[in-house]
Ligand binder design. Structure first.
Ligand code: AHR
Length: 489
């Protein structure tokens, strides 16, 4: 039995809805086929965007979507992707799979996709191979209402009103694919580029500087020292590889119990990374004005057999569901400083919430976690106490329970993960005054997944057997499960 004391009166901060953000790149079948099929496709679409995918994304309330990369961002020249489609420049996507990029999905298409999903756009602009002028004019094109040549181009492309895009990333992974820069060089480049990204009218930009790769604390220290006062947020990228070896990361679906626990243990390093990067940021920003954005995270496995290695297409199992829920718990815990995160990537790439094949679509276990967690968006994090132990094999140990509790509109939402592969967990949630309790559950074998012939092998079901007493709630979580409890106070 695990006892959890909930204290809704002790408020720990607001969970920014953007913690539940996503990332899309011109990579493999993420944009093309995954979300954009074009107006003439036989796959049902609205203005070229797949209706099935858009509806599914609306259901999990995607709050923000990052685009166009990733590494692609620092090779992307936005003017190639505007104007009549037939005249758009073709390029070879040398970074991802060597396929032809015809730029048929460009700035207007991205903003139309965001409109349909109902999310905020987050544009990651090009520092590595772009120019200051190019970035400045992209901002002007989207946000200005002035009578300028750049703005007139937008009018000519069918959009009279400015879009008012708020979130702007100034380069991506500039320590690597974004130009192999040293941190002090990038920090000065950042200052220069962001200077010319103007606020137009009421459209105040939220400027995001490129942050570190996982545990590169020197990057954070240097970039903060030189440019903290010019940024609103700094990023962090961290992927989880079960084996820790980039040459053989491990299979998405074939793994043993030890590797299961090792993967989750690896994902939980996020807590230490976030804590330590924030400590460094505090040195230069004691008022906590600058937020931390983890705009690439998730599991990275070997690609599925017989798929283009440059497309990063991988399946998604219950292991990924636990990885997502436990990582989201880390972000929620740090909600006073973590202002946005973007799981990589939204469709058909890495730890996706959706996979597609032709006209078919499946929702992954990770999708269902975002569904179970959606009530936390913009809710107030509340305090809890739990005496937890660990589960695992050998050195591969993880906490035996992971949770987030938040409140909004007289509802308390508690999401709970039981990572154990062998033990069900009897839970006792100490809390008086609960009028009604409902629950939803996601569970399955650690390697269970959905595919195009078995679309609902892993699906959300009601959590039964919830006992409500004067002192609290009792329920049981099966092994390898994630649950959501909704408590009416
Ligand atoms: O998400 C795939 C790639 O991982 C991104 O393009 C890059 O930013 C990171 O290295």
């Amino acid at each position: 039995m695990i006892t959890i004391k909930l204290n809704p009166a002790q408020e720990m901060g607001t969970i920014n809805k953007n913690i539940y953000g996503h990332f899309s790149e011109h990579l493999g079948r993420c944009i093309y086929q995954g979300m954009f099929v074009g107006e003439n496709s036989s796959i049902p679409n609205q203005n070229g965007m797949r209706t099935d995918v858009v509806e599914a994304l609306k259901n999990i309330r995607v709050p923000v979507l990052r685009w166009p990369g990733g590494c692609f961002a620092d090779e992307y020249h936005w003017e190639d992707g505007i104007g009549p489609r037939e005249g758009r420049k073709r390029m070879v996507n040398t970074h991802w799979g060597g396929v032809v990029e015809d730029n048929s999905f460009g700035t207007h298409e991205f903003l139309e996709l965001c409109r349909q999903i109902g999310c905020e756009p987050y544009i990651n602009a090009n520092v590595g191979s772009g120019t200051v002028r190019e970035m400045a004019e992209w901002v002007e094109y989207l946000n200005s209402d002035g009578d300028s040549t750049v703005v007139k181009k937008r009018w000519a492309n069918g959009r009279k009103d400015s879009y008012g895009v708020k979130y702007w990333g100034v380069g991506n992974e500039n320590w690597g694919c974004g130009g192999n820069m040293e941190p002090d060089y990038y920090a000065h480049e950042y200052r220069r580029y962001q200077t010319y990204c103007r606020n137009y009218g009421d459209h105040k930009l939220y400027r995001i500087a490129c942050g570190a790769n996982a545990g590169d604390y020197n990057w954070t220290d240097t970039v903060m020292k030189i440019s903290a006062r010019y940024m609103d947020a700094l990023t962090l990228h961290c992927y989880t590889l079960p084996t820790g070896d980039w040459k053989d990361k491990g299979s998405a679906t074939k793994f043993d119990k030890t590797l299961y626990y090792k993967t989750l243990q690896g994902a939980l390093k996020m807590d230490e990374l976030v804590t330590r990067h924030l400590q460094i940021m505090d040195k230069y920003d004691p008022e906590h004005r600058v937020g931390l954005i983890v705009d690439e995270w998730g599991a990275w496995y070997n690609v599925e057999p017989d798929t283009n290695p440059g497309f990063l297409y991988q399946q998604n199992t219950m292991r990924d569901a636990l990885l997502a829920s436990m990582t989201l718990d880390v972000f929620n815990k740090h909600c006073d400083r973590v202002v946005m995160t973007n799981i990589a990537q939204i469709v058909n790439v890495l730890q996706s919430v959706i996979l597609t094949e032709g006209g078919k679509m499946v929702l992954t276990p990770t999708y269902h976690v975002f569904d179970l967690y959606k009530a936390h968006q913009d809710a107030t994090l509340v305090a809890h106490e739990v005496q937890s132990s660990t589960v695992g094999i050998g050195y591969a140990q993880v906490p035996d329970i992971s949770l987030t509790a938040s409140k909004k509109d007289k509802l308390l939402t508690v999401t709970l993960s039981n990572p154990s592969l062998d033990q069900a967990v009897d839970l006792s949630l100490a809390l008086g005054g609960v009028r009604k309790a409902e629950g939803r559950l996601l569970t399955g074998a650690m390697d269970a997944y959905n595919d195009f012939d078995h679309q609902t092998d892993v699906a959300i079901q009601p959590l039964t057997g919830i006992a409500v007493t004067a002192d609290g709630i009792g329920c049981t979580l099966p092994p390898c499960s994630v649950a959501e409890l909704t408590l009416a106070l």
